[in-house]
Structure formats: structure tokens, C-alpha cells
Design a protein around this ligand. Structure first.
Ligand SMILES: Cc1cc2nc3c(=O)[nH]c(=O)nc-3n(C[C@H](O)[C@H](O)[C@H](O)COP(=O)(O)O)c2cc1C
Length: 190
């Protein structure tokens, strides 16, 4: 069977590290699909141009409903070029799982609009796939304000039965992440 093997860039903005792990997992699936994938932390590596890439995935960790300046910077800088590429967007969120557990449909829809739709609209993007994945809450090495928020999340997560491991509350659903990446590969080939 002959498949299109797209040259892919995954660029992400992270504050606490969860989006880095999610990006790596997505890259693994896409490589299994035969894609050639480069994964870049937008804070560490400067991306000078995106000409060579056919598929571009932008990942971002949420904080107080806002995007990282690095991921926003990437979108701002390459918005024009991204309009002619296949683009996918995902964010990491701890609130998602809480809303799901509590059956808060309205809040899930609000998050989809605020975290994804509003952001892509600013840059006139038309992604072939979008997702809100889980993130992690790890209060170690956080400043006092972040720690307070982390404590709030941990209490809420514990209340819905999520357990921490070594103080880290990871809400990522790896099966969902892999499934999304596999489906993305199919959409990108279409
Ligand atoms: C100070 C703070 C604010 C946060 N704000 C949000 C938020 O607005 N919505 C949300 O879904 N998750 C929120 N989270 C959870 C993060 O999205 C989660 O930690 C995720 O892993 C962040 O991505 P990153 O690890 O790649 O930075 C917050 C976490 C902290 C510590």
C-alpha cells in the first residue's frame, strides 16, 4: 500500500511540561504512520521558516484560559503561510477532565470556544483537526500564585476520584491522544 508521508512540524508552547510529552506521543504515532516529524519547543528553538512542512501541529498549555506567548508568537509570525498548509491545533487543560466528570456540557463548549475557536479565528486558520487534551498538575517548582491554582485543581481532581502519583496529577488520556493523532494522519493524507 502506498501512503502519503507528510513532512510534519509539531511546535508547542508549555509552562509546566505536559504539552511536551503530548507532542512527543503525537510524533510517535505519526512516525509509525511513516510521517517525517520534527518536534520543537517554541521557547527553546527559534523557527525561522516553515516552507518545508506540509502538516503543522501547534500545541499549547493553558493557564488562566490563556495561551503561552511562544505559541501565540508562532501563530502571529506564520499566520499567512499557515493559511496554505494543513494545520492542526491542540491544547492541554486540567479543567477539561473536571468538566467531563461533572457532566458540565456548557463549560466544555465554552472551553472549546475560548481555548481553540477564538484563538484560531484571530489568525484566520482553518485546522483539519483540533483537540483539548488533559494536562498535568505538579505544584513542585511553582511560584505561590501558580501553587494556589494547582492546589485548587488538585482538590477538585481528588474530589472526582483522580489520584496523584508522586504529587503529580496527570489527566492525559493517552489512548485519546493516540487516536486523535492516527485520525489526523488519515485527514492529512486526504
Ligand atoms: C496557574 C495555573 C492556571 C491554570 N489555568 C488553567 C485554565 O485556565 N484552564 C485549564 O483547563 N487548565 C488550567 N491549568 C492547568 C494546566 O492547563 C495544566 O497544568 C497543563 O498541563 C498546562 O500545560 P503545560 O503543562 O504544557 O504548561 C492551570 C494550571 C495552573 C498551575
Amino acid at each position: 500500500m502506498w501512503y502519503l508521508k507528510l513532512k510534519t512540524l509539531i511546535v508547542y508552547g508549555t509552562r509546566y511540561g505536559a504539552t511536551a510529552g503530548t507532542s512527543e506521543e503525537i510524533s510517535k504515532v505519526l512516525r509509525e504512520e511513516g510521517f517525517e516529524v520534527k518536534v520543537v519547543d517554541a521557547k527553546k528553538d527559534k523557527i525561522r521558516d516553515i516552507k518545508e512542512y506540509e502538516l503543522i501541529i501547534i500545541g499549547n498549555g493553558m493557564k488562566f484560559t490563556g495561551w503561552t506567548s511562544e505559541a501565540k508568537g508562532f501563530l502571529r509570525r506564520f499566520a499567512k503561510e499557515l493559511a496554505s498548509k494543513k494545520v492542526a491545533v491542540f491544547v492541554s487543560s486540567a479543567a477539561q477532565l473536571l468538566h467531563e466528570h461533572k457532566g458540565e456540557q456548557e463549560k466544555l463548549e465554552e472551553a472549546w470556544t475560548k481555548y481553540l475557536v477564538e484563538e484560531i479565528t484571530k489568525y484566520e486558520l482553518n485546522p483539519i483537526a483540533m483537540a483539548i487534551f488533559g494536562g498535568w498538575v505538579n505544584p513542585e517548582n511553582m511560584g505561590w500564585l501558580d501553587k494556589r491554582m494547582a492546589k485548587f485543581f488538585i482538590e477538585e481532581l481528588e474530589a472526582v476520584g483522580i489520584k496523584g502519583e508522586n504529587g503529580i496529577y496527570d489527566t492525559r488520556d493517552w489512548d485519546a491522544i493516540r487516536k486523535w493523532a492516527k485520525e489526523l494522519a488519515q485527514k492529512a493524507r486526504a
